[in-house]
Ligand binder design. Sequence first.
Ligand code: DQA
Length: 147
Amino acid sequence: MRILILNGPNLNLLGRRRPDIYGTETLDGIMDELTEYLGALGCEAECFQSNHEGAIVDRIQQALGGADGIIINPGAYTHYSYAIRDAIEAVGLPAVEVHLSDIHAREPFRAVSVIEPVCIAQVSALGKRSYFVGADILLKRLKGSGE
Ligand code: DQA
């Protein structure tokens, strides 16, 4: 199984960006660990980060025929990108939305996700563990035993 892992704007700065909120690990470090975790479960992971909405939309479209599911941390695009929302809906692949921080316990604008309605689940507040819990939910769905 092939899993596309997408990270949106400013997540490339993990490690130095608000470590009090996002932790001290780098995105590369987290992605390496997640890739290894998925590999042990028989999945091939492809990681992509961009600060540009269109590049993320392009990558979602390319997943058609190239991936079985998507794990996405859309960063701030979570809260207003109808283009990313529509791309996920258009390709029809199961997607899980993940966040390091608790988007429901911060500024009010962060509590709104326009991406959530087209995802099978949203996982937030668990730090890097959100990605791993998200992966478990996605794999359950792909293997046919998900909720
Ligand atoms: C984030 C939460 C977003 O509100 C924020 O804009 C991010 C990171 C998270 O992982 O907690 O860039 O998606």
